[in-house]
Design a protein around this ligand. Structure first.
Ligand code: IVH
Length: 664
């Protein structure tokens, strides 16, 4: 088959499979098969750049970072909605518009879940996604085309028939499970957490570097178009059907309601299922179905007369702030936690709330004894929205961020420009306990029988002070403990035995080193031949690894340079703990143990592509000529690196030789 034909075929197949996966949720091939097709397309497109089209699935990986966001004017303003909070408000809305129209609205209403994400506009010209932007102030937003292209459920090309120009509007959001997962890996890496799925979605989309957006699990639902006349639809429900036919994801909880009673029923239905949905909704949007009626009704200031947002009842409550406790996390971050008079919010009793950090405390100007408004937004940790300053009696006490660690007493530090106050003492008992919990948890080595509760118990009993103690637990003493017996002690010991040879990446992630999450740990495992080698790796060498940034490199160097760390590893090693290298040693890894440097221009491959090939073949990349480098791939106009490589007698190969080597 000709390359052009094969490229087109792969593009079509991949588009179809991506649609089945992301929109229909019913894939017909495995992830591995998809990846193989994708790789084939990448290679072909690299070889024939003139055949790459803007709707190729390879355009989804995220382009180069932007210096800043460009501003985009919305051709048709993106309006906001007025709110309804009760059935009465809903009926008032219907009465208002019937009075305005001087007729009954017999064509009914579209009742749609109100997704809690952020509004975007996506423009398709001749079926092709050409521009995407945020809502901004409604008139002007920020251009996020490359970011939006990385979202799998958004088609790069519409399925025909489609109008020559259509400006789709909808909501980008993150599912609750994905949000929790993202936050736990951020926590493991010592990065600040997102407060809720909406913030996570917004923070992920508004990234100057589209590859960051690509790494975040964002999704999209379409709910409208800037101009209804662009399709032949006569009603909102017809429009949604057409959008779906064009390949856009549309919520399946949209209801075509005849009467306002049916609208009210649908609201109650959404209210019951809301917590079972995989994503957050904060209410329902009601729209007059008929487009002719919509245009007769028009817009009042910034919101249309033909639609209203019927919000779910407030998940907020008023209570008293009794006290503030300062908790020390695993990486030493000191977080203020509010103790509240227990109060029922959205079906759950809330007695604690996170106050995040010192800046949050100052911004909210809270005092102990204050009457406060607390909120529980879906799945997330309850938070204090504000204090009612007018309810103060004068007996309230200011909240002081401590100068010293509440656990070990050492002086806390707050680096300039960072929101987080930290205890830097690696020997701090609170950090030790948190580290122990993390080490044994699912995110760590997943030691069965050492869940949080049991780690706490053993810590309090004095059997566990630091990670190496895990491997020295005495089964006889364990069996005597409250809630334990001979069998559970024996089982635990077996599980601990199994945790003596963890894969290196797993072990690194379990240690809970700041900025070293699971993914970074894997990069390190791929790069180093042994744990010993990693421990002495200098900062500059770490920085040469693709994907390791300054923060991670410095954090690692600091960690390994610490005396306590050294002592801990000595104890671990004495207890027989040996992290193992999880390298595959098969024919799939023809570049096993080889380290490549690229210099000069390549002809058949891009640099990124070549690097990717090296990694996939089990090799490593270095950006400068060092002792470890085994091969230097010299392309056109190779400069000083080539000279240095020659001087050091490194093996120098050209692009063809490289390709042969990679293909084994
Ligand atoms: S219609 C004029 N439909 O709610 C119509 N909006 O203030 C304006 N939203 O941030 C929007 N789900 O992104 C509409 N099914 C839905 C929606 C929806 C969520 C968001 C929208 C905007 C806010 C409206």
């Amino acid at each position: 088959m000709e390359a052009a034909q094969r490229i087109r075929q792969l593009q079509e197949q991949l588009t179809e499979h991506s649609y089945r996966y992301h929109v229909l949720d019913s894939p017909t091939i495995s992830d591995g098969e998809y990846d193989a097709l994708f790789r084939e397309l990448v290679l072909l497109e690299e070889a024939y750049p003139e055949l790459v089209t803007d709707d190729s699935p390879t355009k989804r990986v995220g382009g180069p970072p932007l210096a800043r966001f460009a501003q985009v004017d919305h051709r048709v303003p993106m309006l906001s909605l007025e709110n309804a909070f009760s059935d009465q408000d809903l009926r008032d809305f219907a009465n208002r518009l019937e009075r305005y129209l001087n007729m009954e609205v017999t064509s009914g209403y579209s009742a749609e879940p109100k997704l809690d994400g952020l509004a975007v506009e996506i423009i398709y010209r001749d079926g092709l996604l050409v521009q995407a932007s945020t809502r901004g102030d409604g008139l002007r937003g920020e251009e996020i085309t490359e970011q939006v292209k990385t979202i799998g459920s958004i088609p790069l090309r519409l399925i025909a028939p489609y109008p020559a120009l259509i400006e789709i509007r909808g909501e980008v959001y993150m599912e609750k499970a994905a949000f929790h997962q993202l936050n736990s890996s951020r926590e493991a890496a010592g990065e600040p957490l997102f407060a809720n799925p909406r913030n996570a979605a917004a923070g992920s989309l508004r990234q100057l570097d589209p590859t960051v957006t690509a790494s975040r699990p964002l999704r999209f639902f379409a709910y409208g178009a800037a101009e209804n006349s662009s399709t032949r639809a006569k009603t909102q429900n017809q429009l949604l059907d057409k959008l779906q036919e064009m390949g856009l994801p549309v919520s399946r909880y949209v209801s075509d309601c005849r009467t306002i009673d049916e609208v009210a029923d649908h609201f109650n239905k959404l209210l019951t299922i809301r917590h079972d949905l995989p994503y957050e909704i904060d209410g329902m949007v009601v729209k007059v179905n008929d487009f002719d009626l919509q245009s007769r009704l028009g817009v009042k200031s910034r919101a249309p007369r033909w639609a209203i947002a019927y919000k779910f009842p407030a998940t907020q409550a008023t209570t008293r702030l009794i006290d503030v406790e300062f908790q020390v996390g695993r990486t030493g971050a000191v977080t203020p936690v509010a103790h509240l008079d227990p109060v029922l919010v959205d079906g759950a009793t809330v007695s604690r709330a996170s106050l995040h950090n010192r800046d949050e405390l100052e911004r909210k100007d809270l005092r102990i004894g204050d009457t406060v408004l607390v909120q529980r937004a879906g799945d997330v940790i309850p938070e204090i929205i504000k204090a009612f300053a007018d309810k103060r009696t004068g007996d309230e006490r200011a909240i002081q961020m401590p100068e010293n660690c509440p656990s070990c007493g050492s002086t806390l530090v707050k680096p300039d420009g960072e929101a987080i106050t930290r205890c830097k003492n690696l020997g701090c008992p609170a950090q030790q306990l948190r580290s122990l919990i993390h080490y044994c948890s699912k995110a760590g080595l997943d030691i069965e029988g050492l869940g949080k509760k049991y780690v706490e118990q053993l810590y309090i009993e004095g059997y566990l002070k630091a990670i190496p103690d895990i491997y020295l637990l005495d089964p006889e003493k364990l069996a005597q403990l409250d809630g334990w017996g001979e069998l559970s002690a024996k089982n635990l010991l077996a599980a601990i035995e199994g945790a003596k040879t963890p894969p290196l990446a797993r072990f690194l992630a379990a240690l809970g080193i700041r900025f070293i999450g699971e993914i970074t740990a894997q990069l390190l495992e791929q790069h180093y031949q042994s744990f010993d080698e990693l421990q002495v790796a200098p900062r500059d060498e770490l920085l040469q690894i693709d994907g390791i940034g300054e923060q991670a490199a410095e954090s690692l160097v600091d960690y390994f340079a610490n005396e306590r760390t050294a002592e801990m590893f000595q104890r671990l090693s004495a207890a027989g703990v040996v992290p193992i290298m999880n390298r595959s040693t098969n024919a799939d890894a023809p570049l096993q143990d080889l380290v490549f440097v690229f210099t000069g221009g390549l002809e058949q491959l891009s640099r990124d592509e070549a690097k990717k090939m090296v990694k996939e073949a089990g090799g490593q990349i270095s950006s400068s000529i060092s002792k470890k480098v085994t091969h230097v791939v010299a392309g056109a106009k190779a400069g000083s690196k080539l000279k240095k490589a020659e001087e050091l007698g490194k093996q120098i190969i050209d692009e063809d030789q490289f390709l042969k080597l990679v293909s084994g």
